[in-house]
Design a protein around this ligand. Structure first.
Ligand code: GLA
Length: 690
């Protein structure tokens, strides 16, 4: 809902429990007024009436108060917009008009020929912001920087910044620290979202998981990006973010050209970190993730089971076992195409390997379908091995700097997706692949960062960074439209490409290559700060963990850990004993029972993973599910009860497994004994209101 003051210069956007207000001064300065609990238009107008602090030559009254600080004029903060023409740089805008369309508010400004539009849209309690720039003038305009938005926080003492940091196999780990004066910058200059940071920050002063004010901001962009959090003088904090890491140039807008930034979404919650997460999750399920109301199937993925050593018969044997334990989607990972018998060859040649799949993928797909499962494949379309037919035919299709080494990582180079011929090749290959065999699912990987992002012959090669992502999005959109029955997973060496942008065109993401069930608890704790369980793929793999640490854990522990998201199995089922397979079948059955609650419910993080007992709870209608994991019990101390959340204190709840009846008030205030003991123990508790 958008309320507009009579003078047409104060705007108020409101969601169910929050409001956002801004005001345009007579000098066309666009000032932030309010972001927090719901207020009335009269409140916003009162705020608009308070004068700016007095001017002082060493400070700017605008700094820390503007909605979208441009470069130029009396401003010293990091500009959200920095442009230059052959003549000059900076922006001096005039307000031209505002308009609303549905929930969207557009504020239009102009600086000579450059039209600048700020977009605002309230989705529930999430504010979506983005900017569009149209060059209607005769001069070329270079966008050095065009952030999606700048967020302004209210004046408070003692802000803290939370972020999700990591690296390969250790993504999305939550860390919180006091914000000090100056700037904290996170981002990626790797061409993809990156394992190092999820594009999300949260700011609070004294919130807990359960209570207190939390501001969150998340960017929807799958290329290089930057979020800068600035603590300015006088307790003012601003968060600015957008595509691109540096200010060295984003795009060159020829006359007539335009740029639309990604969406930078933000929310305010007074329900602590838990409340903020639930708002993010509801937003993504309702407005971002395609078909989010449809539950995701239990999948099997062959990677850790067979790595590159695959054949039709061996995959069929795995598929039979997978079907036997109740798997619903069977995915053949890397190694099925071209000369791909190791990571040294084949990327780029998207036709089945004739030795391994002599009659193509269809016979295996048919067998998998015959077993009652869907069939999926792995691809990595943006890459090429130098040892491939594609590269031999088109060595100029990759990103490279003339006369320089073409840096190989994992023996591969990055295709220049900004090129139209590359886009057409990929469309043709992937469309043919999806048309040629009954494929229901595509795991789309991206296994190296940009290093030599050059484009010889192109007048403005810098555009490759943005245009790669645009081309990826366009390709995904086109494939989805042409093959509406196919679901897509975003993977990048695990969680290297997870953001609201890719999630708006994929069905789930590969959370991490780290499938150790204990490490996963921390990764999942971070991941769920922003993203819902509905997209968080998690596999049960072999024990001891082969990929990372050799840690041994029970099937029970591995399943309970992976049941917190979209359950998958990734172990070598041909090596599992009959007992293990029977146990796995029971866990998969239980997962299917609780799946709607896990994938669609409200998530409460009851206890963080910190060495002892950790637990998450999902609530949906009358049903609630608790997944509890005990890392280690020390000194024989009793394992604490877990206090549940989101229940009706006046109701009673029956345990689906034991038939025991619990009173809501007792579960909320005194908690539930989990019966866990020892090391690496875990359990699932499924309660229904009676
Ligand atoms: C990446 C993915 C893995 C697997 C391999 C295949 O590392 O994260 O799950 O698909 O590539 O090469």
């Amino acid at each position: 809902m958008v309320d507009i003051a009579e003078n047409g210069r104060t705007w108020l956007l409101s969601g169910p429990s929050s409001s956002y207000a801004l005001h345009l001064t007579d000098a066309d300065e666009l000032l932030h007024l309010h972001w927090g609990p719901r207020i009335a238009l009269a409140d916003a107008e009162a705020l608009a009436g308070s004068p700016l602090p007095g001017y002082w030559p060493f400070e700017s009254p605008l700094d820390g108060r503007e909605e979208y600080p441009v470069e130029g004029g009396p401003r010293f903060v990091r500009p959200a917009l920095s442009v230059r023409t052959d003549e000059r740089r900076g922006t001096e805008w005039r307000f031209t008009a505002y308009e609303t369309e549905g929930d969207e508010l557009r504020l239009r400004f102009a600086d000579d020929g450059l039209a600048i539009t700020l977009h605002y849209r309230m989705r529930g309690d999430v504010v979506e912001r983005w900017v569009s720039l149209d060059n209607g003038g005769p001069a070329r305009v270079e966008l050095l920087r065009a952030d999606a938005a700048t967020w302004t926080l209210p004046e408070r003492e003692g802000w803290r910044l939370s972020q999700l940091h990591g690296r390969w196999a250790a993504e999305s780990r939550l860390t919180t620290a006091p914000l000090t004066y100056g700037e904290k910058v996170i981002g990626s200059r790797r061409g993809h979202t990156g394992h190092q940071h999820l594009p999300w920050v949260a700011l609070d002063t004294d919130a807990t998981e359960e209570r207190g004010e939390v501001y969150g901001c998340a960017l929807g962009w799958s290329g290089s990006w930057r979020i800068a959090v600035a603590q300015l003088p006088d307790a003012r904090v601003q968060v600015t973010g957008g595509a691109g890491h540096d200010d060295s140039g984003l795009l060159l807008l020829e006359p007539g050209a335009s740029y639309t930034s990604p969406v930078f979404a933000g929310l305010w919650s007074d329900g602590g970190f838990g409340g903020a997460s639930r708002t993010w999750h509801a937003y993504q399920r309702a407005h971002v993730v395609p078909d989010a109301d449809r539950d995701r199937p239990v999948l099997f993925n062959s990677w850790e089971a067979t790595f590159f050593d695959i054949s039709e018969e061996q995959q069929a044997a795995l598929a039979r076992r997978a079907a036997g334990i109740g798997v619903e989607l069977f995915v053949v990972d890397d190694g099925w195409f071209g000369a791909r018998t190791s990571d040294r060859a084949g990327l780029g040649d998207w036709t089945p390997n004739p030795d391994r799949f002599p009659h193509g993928l269809k016979p295996l797909a048919d067998q998998v379908h015959g077993l009652g499962m869907q069939f999926g494949i792995w691809v990595e379309p943006e890459m090429v091995n130098p040892d491939s037919d594609l590269y031999r035919a088109h060595p100029d299709w990759v990103q490279y700097q003339p006369g320089r080494t073409r840096t190989e990582l994992r023996n591969q180079l990055v295709l220049n997706l900004a090129r139209e011929d590359v886009q057409e090749y990929l469309w043709e290959r992937l469309d043919t692949l999806l048309s040629g065999a009954p494929i229901d699912y595509v795991k789309w990987d991206f296994n190296r960062c940009f290093t030599d992002a050059g484009w010889p012959g192109e007048p403005y090669p810098q555009r490759l960074w943005v245009d790669h992502v645009r081309a990826l999005y366009a390709l995904l959109d086109r494939l989805r439209a042409a093959h509406p029955g196919v679901a897509f997973e975003s993977c990048s060496g695990g969680g290297g490409r997870i953001d609201l942008g890719v999630l708006s065109r994929t069905d789930q993401v590969w959370t991490s290559d780290n499938t150790d069930p204990l490490d996963r608890l921390a990764i999942q704790h971070g991941f769920t700060q922003i993203h819902p369980a509905r997209v968080m793929a998690a596999w049960v793999t072999d024990s001891p963990n082969t990929q990372l640490n050799g840690r041994a854990s029970s099937l029970r522990f591995r399943f309970v850990s992976a049941m917190a998201g979209v359950l998958g199995v990734g172990g070598d089922l041909t090596e599992w004993t009959e007992e293990e397979l029977a146990e796995a079948r029971r866990w998969v059955e239980l997962y299917k029972e609780i799946r709607p609650v896990v994938q669609q419910g409200d998530l409460y993080r009851l206890r963080p993973p910190s060495g002892g007992l950790s637990a998450v709870q999902y609530v949906r209608g009358d049903e609630t599910v608790v997944l509890a994991c005990l890392q280690a019990q020390s000194h024989g101390e009793p394992v604490p009860a877990v206090r549940l959340r989101g229940l009706d204190p006046t109701a009673s709840y029956e345990c689906r497994e034991t038939g025991e009846v619990h009173r809501g008030a007792v579960l909320l205030h005194h908690g539930l004994r989990t019966g866990l003991r020892g090391d690496l123990d875990a359990t699932v508790i499924h309660l229904r209101r009676i």
